[in-house]
Design a protein around this ligand. Structure first.
Ligand code: SIN
Length: 559
């Protein structure tokens, strides 16, 4: 099928939905999402949304906390923009009906939690299921909007790029690539569809599945990063992978986070013998910045040889704990851990990608008519380490700015025709039964990449491990290139290609940065180097570089 919309939004988390609801006021919107519409990282966000909402807080304090966490690499103009416009976006969520917990103190209308690196209580939350509460409200509002159509089980394979020659009379001035839509695999019918649109928004979330252990849901395979890179957009700061200090450590717990809000309510990290250790690492102790806490736990585990450390909140009133953390309480109890009595076994796990597709203040990428919002974007807010609970805020602020920028340009875009898609591309291809192929080639390589990244490109890095990882990943990508064309097109194959490319890009960025800053810690360069490295690490596809793609032809020449 060929679909045509004004706006094509890829991803159905807070960024994509917020943009879609605003853009639907002036155009038709398609939201394509690769699994069910609520299967997004937003839906699993526990802690909440940071914003200045009480009289004893100030924009200046939130700005300073964000800059401190970012370790020198935040863009101050972006930090100021996000912090200062954040409360307006929060009020929009409240107006839509998001049930944030309300306050009892009188100094703030909401109950505000605390997380690592924040100098004030400023985390709005809906118990410990904030993301789910936000996702539900946004999805039901979008579903009720006739201008929005949601396509579930639709996986974007690549962008549709128009290669255009800009001329003055008959003289060709320069070449410009413009994003015009995307090729999308319906993973149920296995048909490939073409979606054309005036503007495409990548809101595909993170890439936690690049690592063996992650707090992210299975959908977080870095699709947006890989798609944008293949299309020629610039990416930045991919070496800054945030490891959340406290994921539940249990053989039957998959990707389950123990929110930083637990430490905000007094939880303490202890070792197997019950000794609290964070005072050995930072004056802020258990509420130090996330990179500091994750590295401290890694060090403790390596020192003691233990498989995990423990988070103890059992000194708090049981009734309070059950009311404040019902999700965490129930999940732990189902595995035999009563958090009102027992310390919780925890380990760090890949949680958030601070780098991503480079954007300006409106979310516009370096590629014309391609925007990136949410975790897949690198806006300059997070720098070398994201401050806790700043991510949902960033997604909303940039979705709003992108919608405003698009609203100003949509009439102009409409006057320009969407490109004719050559017949060979517009006819939808149906792909074969994947079960007939050697799926083991996909699962094996998937597993190898994740182990390789965990062991060689994890919390603590060295030059040698990074060099080895680079060689291994090159080998894996070559194997994918050589053998995968014989395997029928399948969603897992598309994701594997994306995962391998994103792994390579993380390694490339990590090798470039010859210092330790924020989330990037390299034992061979253990200090910060402000003289040479107070800058973003930018990567883009070289003109001659082979862009592994699941779509045979992806450029439309309309010179
Ligand atoms: C958490 O609840 O600890 C996660 C919050 C975040 O990642 O910002």
């Amino acid at each position: 099928m060929d679909y045509q919309f004004d706006y094509l939004v890829i991803g159905s988390g807070i960024a994509g939905l917020t943009f879609a609801l605003k853009a639907a006021q002036n155009g038709s919107v398609a939201i394509v999402t690769k699994k069910s519409k609520v299967e997004t990282s937003t839906n699993y966000a526990q802690g909440g949304i940071a914003s200045v909402m009480s009289v004893d807080d100030s924009f200046q304090l939130h700005i300073q906390d964000t800059l401190n966490a970012g370790d020198g690499l935040c863009h101050p103009d972006v930090v100021e923009l996000v912090v200062k416009t954040g409360p307006d976006r929060i009020r929009e969520l409240v107006d839509l009906g998001v049930p944030f917990n309300t306050g009892t103190s009188g100094s703030a209308p909401f109950d505000l939690g605390r997380e690592g690196g924040h100098s004030r209580n400023r985390i709005l939350h809906a118990q410990d299921m904030t993301g789910q509460a936000v996702e539900r409200v946004l999805i039901s509002t979008a579903e009720a909007n006739p201008a929005i159509q949601i396509f579930e089980d639709h996986l974007v394979m690549d962008l549709l790029i128009q290669h255009q020659s800009i001329k003055a009379g008959s003289v060709s001035l320069y070449q410009q690539d413009i994003c015009r839509g995307a090729y999308v695999l319906d993973t149920i019918t296995r048909e490939v569809h073409t979606f054309t649109a005036h503007v495409v928004l990548l809101c595909t979330g993170g890439a936690g599945k690049v690592y063996l252990y992650t707090s992210n849901p299975d959908v977080a395979t870095g699709d947006g990063l890989a798609i944008a890179y293949r299309a020629g957009a610039k990416l930045a700061n991919l070496e800054f992978v945030q490891f959340h200090p406290t994921c539940l450590y249990h053989p039957h717990a998959k990707n389950f986070l123990i929110s930083e809000a637990v430490r905000g309510e007094g939880g303490r990290l202890i070792d197997r013998r019950g000794r609290a250790f964070m005072q050995d690492y930072h004056p802020l102790k258990d509420l130090a910045y996330r990179d500091v806490v994750a590295r401290a736990i890694d060090t403790e585990m390596k020192k003691t040889g233990d498989d995990c450390v423990f988070l103890d909140i059992s000194h708090r009133d049981p009734e309070f704990l059950v009311g404040r953390f019902p999700n965490i309480y129930q999940k732990c109890l189902s595995l035999g851990i009563d958090i009102t009595k027992d310390p919780i076994p925890v380990v760090p796990a890949a949680h958030y990608m601070c780098g991503g597709i480079l954007t300006d203040l409106s979310g516009q990428s370096s590629l014309e008519n391609l925007f990136a919002l949410g975790e897949c974007a690198c806006t300059g807010l997070h720098g070398a380490n994201r401050l806790a609970s700043n991510s949902l805020l960033e997604a909303m602020v940039f979705a709003h700015n992108a919608a405003t920028a698009c609203a100003e340009r949509i009439e102009g875009w409409r006057r320009r025709d969407l490109p004719e898609i050559p017949k060979r591309l517009s006819s939808s291809g149906r792909v074969d039964d994947p079960q007939s192929s050697e799926m083991v080639l996909i699962t094996h390589n998937w597993d190898i990449i994740r182990r390789l990244m965990w062991n060689y490109v994890g919390i603590v890095r060295t030059d040698k491990r990074l060099a080895l990882a680079k060689n291994h990943i090159a080998q894996i990508r070559m194997e994918i290139r050589e053998h995968m064309p014989n395997i029928p097109l399948h969603g897992d194959l598309v994701e594997l290609q994306n995962l391998a490319l994103v792994a390579e890009l993380i390694i490339r960025c990590a090798i470039q940065r010859k210092e330790s800053r924020g989330l990037h810690f390299n034992l061979d360069h253990p200090h910060k180097d402000d003289v040479n490295w107070l800058k973003d690490t930018i990567v883009a596809r070289n003109p001659g570089e082979d862009a592994v793609s699941t779509v045979p032809i992806k450029q439309v020449d309309t010179v």
